[in-house]
Design a protein around this ligand. Structure first.
Ligand code: 3PG
Length: 205
């Protein structure tokens, strides 16, 4: 799957931190039912890879991994059923491993130099991270001049209150954020509440 397709399938990519494997399936079902089929499972908890496997079996879910920091994680994620990967930043080792794995990659950038480096590897679709902290909407507007071909997924500090403003930018295809699967609702197993948050997010554009 092309990263451009992944970025245009839904306006919001939920960033998921899964502490308990048994949360994975009902969480994916709730998000898909709410209209958010693209799911980014962060590899920052021990349950991450197993959660990818469980969520990939949910009808309609397109599952990827996030917080990829080690080259070996691309192949592990692919073998667990992931279709794409997201990194908070890009290094030559990560870029080479991602390209070798066959997974679609959404690499993180926060500065013009990082964006140029990503372009040198062929990446024209990037995650702007951490979006709010690294300059937010004015930064994305400023980047549009020298980088007219680049399309962004701002992530980090994006929430229900500001997502629409990010999505209104011509160089933004989608946003990422954890607000659709908040820790308290996950812990409580409030799948109906998460489905409701997903439905609101899916309707942002
Ligand atoms: C992350 O990696 O945690 C994402 O950028 C999500 O950030 P958020 O919690 O601010 O949405």
């Amino acid at each position: 799957m092309e990263i451009s397709t992944i970025m245009t399938t839904a306006p919001v990519i939920p960033v998921l931190v899964i502490d308990h494997l048994e949360q994975a399936e009902p969480l994916a079902q709730a998000l898909v039912a709410g209209g958010l089929p693209i799911l980014e499972v962060t590899l920052r908890t021990p349950a991450g890879l197993a959660a990818v496997e469980a969520m990939s079996r949910v009808e309609g879910a397109i599952v990827g991994v996030g917080t990829v920091l080690q080259p070996a994680q691309f192949a592990q994620a692919r073998d667990a059923g992931a279709q794409f990967a997201v990194t908070p930043g890009l290094t030559p080792r990560l870029a080479a491993a991602a390209l070798g794995s066959g997974l679609a990659l959404l690499p993180g950038i926060a500065t013009p130099a990082e964006l140029i480096a990503a372009q040198e590897w062929g990446f024209q679709h990037v995650k702007f991270f951490p979006a709010q902290q690294a300059g937010g909407i004015p930064m994305l507007q400023a980047l549009a001049g020298p980088f007219p071909e680049t399309r962004f997924c701002p992530t980090g500090g994006v929430n229900a209150a500001n997502a629409r403003d990010f999505l209104s930018l011509p160089n933004v295809l989608c946003v990422g954020g954890s607000w659709v699967a908040p820790k308290d609702k996950l812990a409580a197993g409030d799948w109906a509440g998460i489905e409701q948050l997903a439905r609101a997010a899916a309707g942002l554009r």
